[in-house]
Write a protein that binds this ligand. Structure first.
Ligand SMILES: NC(=O)c1ccc[n+]([C@@H]2O[C@H](COP(=O)([O-])OP(=O)(O)OC[C@H]3O[C@@H](n4cnc5c(N)ncnc54)[C@H](OP(=O)(O)O)[C@@H]3O)[C@@H](O)[C@H]2O)c1
Length: 323
């Protein structure tokens, strides 16, 4: 089968389209891949900057959508089903093996491209906002990087929870995407004064929850936007700098900084996946969850797709069309 293999830890330049043997099914679900998501963790993996460091060469691709070729006994899906799956590695190939518990039916009417980038981002958004962020109906949520993969998913999950949703993005084009994905208001991080705008939009009180996949200055300034008992959810560091916080500021303002690591929490509490996927299926039925597909590249142009993330030009979820 065709697979895009990372030969060297050089980012997009380290990828090579090659022929490799198909994976064994074993006790996994074997999927004929139609589309695969391109995520920031793929980019970090390609440079050896992710927390997990697989040995070279390896096939990246954290998530896919496709058709089940073979499913083990007891799996909730069967041969011929349209599914989406979290794979962690191996998704940028014609065929991938996925854990049955991480493979889900594609909701009615969704394309393979829409489904391909769904599992990791929406599960992360739900885990962050509900489990870690203790979000309640009627609260206000501020989402950073709001036109990106995690960002658009978070806007929709927050709206589905009955929250008022604000977005921060770096361009007018991204603001438009954030609004159409469900943000009530969108502010430009480049304007220099988004903190006062957020304060003004909340009557001076600040927001109850900030979801931050960016880090750096965005994190520092977000501490100023929190309402009393507000929660700042640390989701990622797409901006590059891992911030630090003086804990007296948390004490003085009665606020929390909360870590969010969806993938590693699954080892601690595997049952949460079924719980979140039921909640997301219900949100999809009610029309809250509707993936925002950004640029779609053919498999062989995955390097270009990664560059779109790296250069911050991607708007919406970046996807590879595999077949
Ligand atoms: N904690 C978890 O469980 C978990 C799970 C999945 C992903 N993540 C993390 O979440 C982050 C976002 O992932 P994603 O797949 O949503 O990425 P994405 O689609 O590329 O979105 C990231 C957003 O970050 C903003 N950004 C700010 N500075 C940037 C820079 N220097 N380079 C690139 N983007 C920059 C961009 O928005 P603006 O241009 O509008 O600022 C961009 O849209 C990553 O750090 C990823 O590792 C964490």
């Amino acid at each position: 089968m065709r697979a895009l293999r990372l030969e060297r830890l050089e980012g997009p330049e380290g990828l090579l389209l090659t022929e490799v043997p198909e994976p064994e099914a074993g006790d996994q679900v074997l999927i004929d891949v139609r589309a695969a998501g391109v995520s920031f963790p793929d980019l970090l993996l390609s440079r050896g900057q992710y927390q997990m460091k697989p040995s070279l060469p390896f096939v990246p691709g954290v998530e896919v959508a496709g058709v089940v070729r073979h499913a083990p006994e007891g799996a909730a899906v069967k041969a011929g089903d349209r599914v989406m799956a979290f794979t962690l590695l191996g998704g940028w190939a014609d065929v991938v093996a996925a854990a049955p518990g991480m493979t889900f039916p594609i909701p009615e009417g969704w394309s393979f491209e829409a489904a391909a980038g769904t599992v990791m981002n929406y599960h992360t958004a739900h885990f962050a906002l509900h489990r870690r962020g203790r979000l309640r109906e009627g609260e206000t949520v501020l989402v950073h990087g709001a036109a990106g993969g995690v960002g658009t998913a978070s806007l929709q999950v927050a709206r589905g929870a009955g929250a008022r949703v604000l977005a921060v993005v770096s361009s007018e084009e991204k603001a438009e995407v954030a609004r159409s994905a469900g943000a009530d208001r969108a502010f430009l991080s480049t304007s220099g004064d988004w903190v006062s705008q957020v304060k003004e939009a909340t009557g001076g009180r600040g927001v109850d929850v900030v979801l931050d996949p960016v880090g750096g200055d965005i994190f520092d300034l977000s501490l100023k936007c929190l309402a009393p008992e507000g929660r700042l959810l640390v989701v990622g560091f797409a901006g590059g700098r891992i911030p630090e916080v003086k804990v007296n500021r948390l004490l003085l303002k009665n606020v929390d900084v909360v870590g969010v690591a969806w993938g590693s929490f699954l080892l601690h509490e595997p049952g949460i996946t079924a719980e979140i996927s039921r909640a997301l299926a219900s949100l999809a039925e009610k029309g809250f969850v509707e993936p925002v597909v950004g640029p779609v590249f053919p498999l062989e142009q995955a390097a270009q797709a990664l560059r779109a993330l790296e250069s911050r030009t991607a708007v919406g979820k970046v996807v590879l069309r595999v077949r």
